[in-house]
Design a protein around this ligand. Structure first.
Ligand SMILES: [Fe+2]
Ligand SMILES: [Fe+2]
Length: 213
């Protein structure tokens, strides 16, 4: 069904379903996991814990991206912007599934605070969206650029032997750059200060908590 023909109740129910799937479910990826092409080399305990901490951050980042885009889509004024946001959220599902797979392989688990990350990001997305569609897309650009930057840090920091996590992050990084470019072309406006600084501060807090919890 076309998103434009959904009633507000349908939309609320589909948002709730998506939130449940993201936080509690095991979303299925449409593309094959890029880790498959690399052997799963056994890491020592310190390396494994560090890799799991980084992949948990990446998983939370994807939970937040889903929630931000759904929150923004819920208040988007223009049908084309809403569809752009929902399509972006759909593509992030692959990232979410791949990070969850890798966490399992590393004998770890997603963040216990995922319901909280989801709710907070949904609210921030809806607030940004209420400012209008140019802001909505500007927010996508800023989110994707910040995710791209922290993936770069993780690529440097991952244990040398962890080729499987690295393969996932390399594909994610290329996808996030494409998402940012697409939002720019769709008419994103540049967010004024201090919005990008506040977003960076929120993401720094998320990263330091999600590494452990
Ligand atoms: Fe992503
Ligand atoms: Fe993205």
């Amino acid at each position: 069904m076309n998103a434009r023909s959904l009633s507000p109740l349908d939309r609320l129910l589909s948002d709730l379903q998506r939130a449940m799937d993201t936080v509690a479910g095991a979303p299925a990826a449409e593309r094959p996991n890029p880790a498959q092409e690399h052997a799963d080399i056994v890491l020592d305990d310190d390396e494994r814990r560090h890799a799991a901490g980084l992949m948990r951050i990446n998983h939370v980042g994807e939970v937040c991206a889903q929630a931000l885009y759904c929150g923004q889509a819920a208040v988007a004024r223009d049908g084309a912007t809403r569809e752009h946001l929902l399509a972006a959220a759909q593509e992030e599902t692959d990232h979410l599934a791949w990070c969850a797979d890798r966490l399992r392989e590393l004998d770890s688990r997603p963040s216990l605070l995922n319901p909280l990350w989801y709710a907070g990001s949904y609210a921030i997305g809806a607030l940004a969206g209420l400012r209008g569609d140019g802001w909505n897309l500007g927010f996508v650009v800023e989110t994707e650029r910040q995710v791209e930057a922290h993936i770069d840090e993780h690529l440097q920091s991952l244990p040398q032997a962890d080729a499987r996590s690295r393969a996932i992050l390399q594909v994610m990084k290329a996808d996030e750059a494409r998402h940012a470019d697409a939002a720019e072309q769709a008419g994103a406006r540049i967010l004024p200060m201090p919005v990008p600084t506040l977003m960076a501060a929120a993401s720094k807090l998320m990263k330091s908590v999600a590494y452990r919890l």
